[in-house]
Design a protein around this ligand. Structure first.
Ligand code: NAP
Length: 292
């Protein structure tokens, strides 16, 4: 640990957060945890993390508060709600939202924090559950550059490619770019296999041929492959991709960008959520195309 910031309050110990918090503990940080469902923090508590019973309690007295919850409404609740982070964090603390959330909300939190002398950055991640488990995440940071520099040693514990993107909200805007690229790639890969099936080809032979060429991608080999094997366990849940694409769609409209493929893929995912597949991994989009 090469920083004077030692005490971390960590909120959101799901698929991503539980792995990230464990690395921070291994690096010597003193970690306190809070999660809506306590059992998902049990392994961290067994390792020595201190359990807190609310976001406010988890924020009190900490040098840094990190959050990686589900949706923008969860972010708003833990930061700006009653007994939330902004109400309880000490002056001079750093608050770091790593949830994939709205850039507009990130700016709102930045301003609320600033008015209380708290440093706020938005720092969403890419690299999936595997990136969290291997501490190889890409971290996209918005906020003040001095705060980015102060937090860099912490980011280096959990990530490999750590990029300062600009003022508050810039991390979330960059993450939206990432999700927009994923949407088109994932749907494109599914359509390739839909075409293979419809035209009477052997899907496995098609996969063997096209996954290593110019059509190869992480969506092909790291995500859709699992679905072709009949594994729909979530590394990244479809409902979270739906949330991300809704953020992308809403903000694209506000920024004046026209993104027709994004709108189509969001429509497909909303259909999958309606049929009860939202908690499956994004590879379940194969089912929308009746490939599996
Ligand atoms: P997850 O497993 O659902 O984890 C989120 C955790 O936050 C859950 O344990 C949830 O509690 C907790 N939580 C939600 N709202 C809360 C609140 N108001 N107060 C306290 N705890 C709350 O999801 P995840 O896959 O780790 O993803 C977390 C975020 O990272 C999402 O925004 C996602 O889009 C993003 N992300 C995910 C991946 C990935 O590959 N999984 C990659 C990059 C980014 P419960 O246990 O009660 O639900």
């Amino acid at each position: 640990m090469t920083t004077t910031l030692k005490k971390i309050g960590f909120i959101g110990t799901g698929i991503m957060g539980s792995a990230m918090a464990a690395y921070l503990m291994d690096a010597g940080y003193e970690v306190s945890v809070y999660n809506r469902t306590k059992s998902k923090a049990d392994k961290l508590i067994e390792r020595g993390a201190k359990w807190c019973s609310s976001p406010g309690e988890c924020a009190k007295g900490q040098d840094i508060i990190i959050t990686i919850v589900g949706y923008p409404k969860d972010v708003e609740q833990v930061y700006l709600g009653d007994n939330g982070i902004i109400e309880n964090a000490k002056t001079g603390a750093y608050v770091v939202d790593m949830t994939t959330s709205s850039p507009i909300l990130a700016e709102k939190i930045y301003n609320a924090a600033k008015s209380k002398g708290i440093h706020a950055v938005d720092a969403p991640v890419t690299g999936g559950d595997v990136g969290a488990q291997n501490a190889t995440l890409t971290i996209l940071v918005g906020g003040d550059e001095a705060d980015f520099n102060a937090l860099k040693p912490v980011f280096e514990v959990i990530g490999k490619n750590i990029v300062y993107e600009g003022s508050a909200g810039a991390g979330q805007k960059t993450k939206a770019c990432n999700q927009i690229a994923i949407a088109g790639t994932l749907a494109g890969v599914c359509e390739a296999f839909a075409y293979a099936k419809a035209s009477g080809l052997d899907i496995e032979k098609v996969y063997e041929a096209i996954s290593t060429g110019a059509a190869g991608s992480f969506q092909m080999t790291g995500v859709v492959r699992k679905g072709l094997d009949g594994n729909f366990d979530p590394g990244f849940m479809l409902k979270h991709l739906g949330k991300d694409l809704a953020i992308g769609t809403e903000t694209a409209t506000a920024y004046g960008a026209s993104l027709p493929i994004l709108a189509m893929v969001l429509h497909e995912i909303r259909n999958m959520e309606r049929t009860g597949n939202g908690n499956e991994g994004t590879q379940a989009l194969l089912k929308y195309y009746n490939i599996i």
